[in-house]
Design a protein around this ligand. Structure first.
Ligand code: AMP
Length: 279
């Protein structure tokens, strides 16, 4: 496993790989959700490249950039075990040599400003700006993103199409804890009581998924919002959307999904679940 900290080292190691290579961008503090992405990548491409970079441009001024968990040694051990070809661990200076305020940004309109983009106005601009840089330097044939961040993978796909990038995007299903909570590096912030409360998110999504066909889904969603809030979860949004466009809809379709974001204390958690209707 090669470890690169600079773009020039990365390019050198990348050139030495022949054939298909899948990129898995991460912010580190790796957990089973990330490892599942890597395993999936290995089933699609001969080589795998994992990037670990806590990207400052996707954090708002009052967000958790400084406190975001960083665990380089443990991450490297896990990557060694799962087996990847290259780990890219750049510094902020390497990624943004002119400083983060002068860095060229990538902006995806409309879907970049819905849901998480509404509460975190520069978030997806930051995400796309780093992901495009990683694509350009690692030149992957494939890239794997988790459905945990459903809006993110949708926006990346749009960017790929708009910029004629020849990269196949693979969507990986959400990996959950035994009690249903979607794995996330941010789950480490939760106290024991908060961690317990967090399972209510999964329960709400499951209840919505099991809502009988032809019943009033808008009312069912509103009921779950009230229930979550009553339990102490501050709901940012709980919305039924059409996959692809992320347009808000009022009735399930064959390709619809319910998206959630909210706060437990100061911790922002997101999750989603398919909510489809076939007839
Ligand atoms: P992050 O390190 O949180 O930026 O995530 C890096 C990648 O891992 C993104 O594509 C995420 O969607 C994906 N990911 C994170 N958590 C999970 C999970 N529980 N299940 C599936 N994919 C995940």
């Amino acid at each position: 496993m090669k470890i690169a900290e600079t773009f020039s080292d990365l390019s050198k190691h990348r050139l030495a790989l022949s054939g298909e290579a899948a990129l898995i961008p991460t912010m580190g503090a790796l957990h089973e959700g990330h490892l599942a992405l890597i395993r999936l990548a290995k089933s699609h491409a001969k080589h795998t490249i994992v990037s670990i970079f806590v990207n400052p441009t996707q954090f708002g001024p009052n967000e958790d950039f400084e406190s975001y968990p960083r665990s380089r040694t443990k991450d490297l051990m896990q990557l060694e075990k799962v087996g990847v070809d290259i780990v890219f661990f750049p510094t902020t200076q390497e990624v943004y040599p002119n400083g983060i305020h002068e860095a060229t940004r990538i902006y995806v309109p409309t879907i970049g400003h819905l849901y998480c983009g509404k509460s975190r106005p520069t978030f997806f601009e930051g995400v796309c700006s780093i992901v495009l840089r990683l694509f350009l330097i690692t030149k992957p044939t494939h890239a794997v993103f988790g459905e945990k961040d459903f809006q993110q993978v949708t926006i990346i796909k749009k960017m790929i199409t708009d910029l004629y990038l020849n990269i196949k995007i693979i969507q990986a299903p959400i990996v959950r804890e035994d009690d249903g909570l979607a794995m996330s590096s941010r789950n480490q912030y939760l106290s024991e009581a908060e961690r317990q409360l967090a399972t209510e998110i999964y329960k709400a999504l499951i209840k919505l998924q099991k809502t009988p066909q032809n019943s009033n889904i808008a009312a069912a969603i509103q009921k779950e919002v009230c229930e979550l809030e009553r339990n102490g979860i501050r709901v940012d949004y709980l919305s039924l959307v059409e996959e692809g466009s992320l347009r808000k809809i009022t009735k399930p379709t064959p390709n619809s999904r319910v998206l959630f974001a909210g706060y437990i204390g100061k911790t922002r958690l997101i999750d989603n679940m398919p909510l489809t209707q076939t007839d």
